[in-house]
Design a protein around this ligand. Structure first.
Ligand code: PLP
Length: 401
């Protein structure tokens, strides 16, 4: 069976060169990087190099990088680690309604623990209102956490401006940059952020490893207590091979970003334009320009997204209904609902997220196979027949009858 992967925002295949860089740290170089003897030397050096590679991608210093066990852990550490250390100053946090579950559920947990959270609205294109953000800041605000790019729609939020507002009010700013990393340039100095999260498996590295940038001088209390690892901010013997994989992934992203992004953008545009032309009643979810080059989130009226995905899967096409974390649940996407999209259309929305392995043939395969599927599904929908009936009536009247 043909296998076509359009779900890179859920995870990416591990690149060959990343896999090769990792292997020796799972075999010959098994030492503990904290050891002072010979066995620890090569692993220690490898971690140092990976830290340099991460810092080069983000434009920070290696000392400002903490390795974590995932993007979710990075978000937890960024949020809990800062607000717990600032309880004396205040208990107010600002975020948006479209964050990843690892941010959203951390904040819901903190609400139960007595913190107050302002959930900023987004407009129909998924953008926040900077004036609403600025108005929400109070003397008790200790943290603003807003993602750089949304995983479901690819919408890029104005992090540079958010950073300037946070700086002007002396409030810490964390951004979940897991989807943005490797797809668009990320520079912590331009963004003006104090903390920034990335995860290796969204940029062709292994799962279960990520990094958190913490600006020099910003205090975070650990959520995993342990030894002296990561300057006492994250206990646990380092996952050497995975950290090496993350370092390599950042090196690769920095080297290939421009070339891959423009190639992927062209494929995404071909896919989006093709589907919108071939399938009537199709709408784009999200801002038309301010978005990642690889993501297309499309709503198909009168179809059920989950069954559409199953039909595509039978043809070897992998796509998703939004966040991997909510698939399998019947709740409509919280991101699309926050954008004011009707629940029926949210249910009929599909995310295609492309990556460096995709080709024009992949896109054309989809463009050939998908329209008949949608047509068949619609022909079985009573709502669609009603709509068709209405349209027939209108054209009957238009003809002057
Ligand atoms: C995938 C993702 C995460 C979580 O990263 P994991 O390494 O899978 O825990 C966080 N935020 C966003 C925006 C993501 O897309």
């Amino acid at each position: 069976m043909k296998k076509i992967y359009f779900d890179h925002n859920a995870t990416t295949p591990v690149a060959e060169e990343i896999f090769e860089a990792m292997v020796s740290y799972l075999s010959d170089e098994w030492g503990n990087p904290s050891s002072i003897h010979w066995a620890g030397r090569a692993p220690k050096k490898a971690i140092d190099e990976a830290r340099e590679n991460v810092s080069a991608l983000l434009n920070c210093t290696p000392q400002e990088v903490i390795f974590t066990g995932s993007g979710s852990e990075g978000n937890n550490l960024a949020i809990k680690g800062t607000v717990f250390s600032r309880k004396a100053k205040g208990n107010h946090i600002i975020t948006t309604r479209v964050e990843h579950p690892s941010v959203m559920s951390t904040l819901k947990y903190l609400e139960r623990e007595g913190f107050e959270v302002t959930w900023l609205d987004v407009d129909t294109e998924g953008m926040i209102d900077l004036a609403q953000l600025e108005k929400s800041i109070t003397p008790k605000t200790v943290l603003i956490t807003i993602m750089s790019a949304n995983n479901e729609t690819g919408v890029i939020l104005p992090v540079g401006e958010i950073g300037r507002i946070a700086r002007a009010h002396k409030v810490l700013f964390h951004t979940d940059a897991v989807q943005a990393a490797g797809k668009v340039p990320l520079n912590v100095k331009d963004i003006n952020c104090d903390l920034l999260t990335i995860s290796a498996h969204k940029l062709y590295g292994p799962k279960g490893v990520g990094a958190l940038f913490v600006k020099r001088g910003v205090r975070v209390v650990p959520i995993i207590h342990g030894g002296h690892h990561e300057r006492r901010r994250r206990g646990g013997t380092e996952n050497v091979a995975s950290i090496v994989g993350l370092g390599k992934a950042c090196e690769m992203a920095l080297r290939d970003m421009d070339e891959v992004s423009s190639r992927v953008r062209a494929l995404r545009d071909r896919l989006e334009k093709g589907l919108m032309e071939k399938i009537p009643y199709t709408t784009r979810n999200g801002h038309p320009e301010n978005r990642l080059p690889n993501t297309a989130n499309l709503g198909f009226e009168f179809v059920e997204g989950e069954s559409l995905l199953l039909n595509l899967d039978m043809l070897g096409i992998a796509a998703s209904s939004g966040s991997a974390c909510t698939s399998g649940s019947l709740e409509p996407s919280h991101v699309l609902i926050a954008m004011g999209i009707r629940p029926e259309l949210s249910h009929g929305s599909v995310r295609f997220s492309l990556g460096r392995v995709n080709t024009a043939e992949d896109v054309d395969y989809l463009l050939n196979k998908m329209p008949p599927i949608v047509e068949r599904m619609r022909s079985m929908s009573p709502l669609w027949s009603a709509e068709e009936g209405k349209r027939a009536e209108i054209s009957f009247e238009e003809k002057g009858h």
